[in-house]
Ligand binder design. Sequence first.
Ligand code: FES
Ligand code: FE2
Length: 438
Amino acid sequence: MRSLADQKDKRASADMADRFDAGKWFDGKCIRPSIYTDPALFDLEMERVFGAGWVYLGHVSELPQPGSYKSTWIGKEPVILVRNASGDLRVLRNRCRHRGATVCQEERGQARHFSCAYHGWTYDLDGRLVAMPEPDGYRGVVSAAELPLLPAATVDDYRGLIFASLNADVAPLREYLKPALPYMDEFLDQGAPWELAVAGQFKLLARANWKLILENSTDGYHFQYTHRSYLNLVDTEQGERHRVAKGTSVRFVRALGNGHGVIHGPRSSSNEARRPRIAPREWDRFVEQAHRDHPEQADRMIASSVGSFMNVCLFPNVSLSDLFLRELRPIAVDLTEVRHTVFKLVGAPDIANEIRLRIHESFNGPGGLGNTDDVEAWRRVQEGVQAAPDQWVLLNRGLMRESDDGEGGRVSDGSDETAMRGAYTEWARLMSAGGASR
Ligand code: FES
Ligand SMILES: [Fe+2]
């Protein structure tokens, strides 16, 4: 029997959906913390943001041949991203048509079919039900042809970055990505002409709402405070504070439109200026070896190995950073899975790819000096806002100095919260509209 509390919760959720007023959570400059703590709001986000728009699922290099698959999520919906026998990408809901069990448990692999472990129903790479044990029990009731794994409504990729949507009425992918395309190209061309391919991944659970992690992708204000211990280490090792910690005036942040944002640093031309903030000894060895063994490619190899010093954040669940991307999977209102995917350069000398891995590990890796700081900062915000879900917090840094960027977005100093405001503007639009249709 459902408890009275359950029934009250259901009524509150229905009421929120019917009379959604985004201004109760975001007024353009502040955030009501229940945006990070309210389970009913989280459920509505899964429907109106993750269930209705484009969600990043993976990179083509993760699916090299027919039968390659990756199990992942679109909001609360488990899905299988798979290359079918003809080599086309499919996104299938990972939910057996018999009793609803997930049919694929592995995170990735090679398969000819997906077989449900509960009663043995088996589906091919296009989701068709091809085996139903003891079919006599269904004669005249249902046929296998009626019961494929349900597909996502649409799947598409931009230069190898794969997105899918559960909403057939969603705007075309390129339209949705358009404001961010120049920065996406900058990320994708970081090692040109060498192509990017996945070199490795790791994931972690953050005890924080997914939007806190999304915000962090364009937060240029936190670096020298959150990552102070790392900067102190760099001081000790290098005798000077790295450029990223020296003020913010040379960086900019932009709200690009459609909820996307970018924080961009200066490009450096000298090898000394490029010297990364972490793994300095490995870096010196790399530079020496690159010049010695690959004199003609050395400069390009060195430049591409440190990336472009940029984060481009694609609403709602992925940010492309130097060398890697960060994917978010909301699990509960206060729990998010974070996946990092590091990229190598296909065909580049091994030393270039080795230094890329070392650079990522040292700062953004599972035990990296930077990633661990950020995870703790998100947890602390979650803990703080849970105590006072109605006491508004600030999102107004730089309001007086941001300006139009001439392309429909807003631009400001790299420490400002301009891109976060852009993300919440899109959040409010989707939540109010009841979906991401065009
Ligand atoms: S739930 Fe999958 S075969 Fe029964
Ligand atoms: Fe950080």
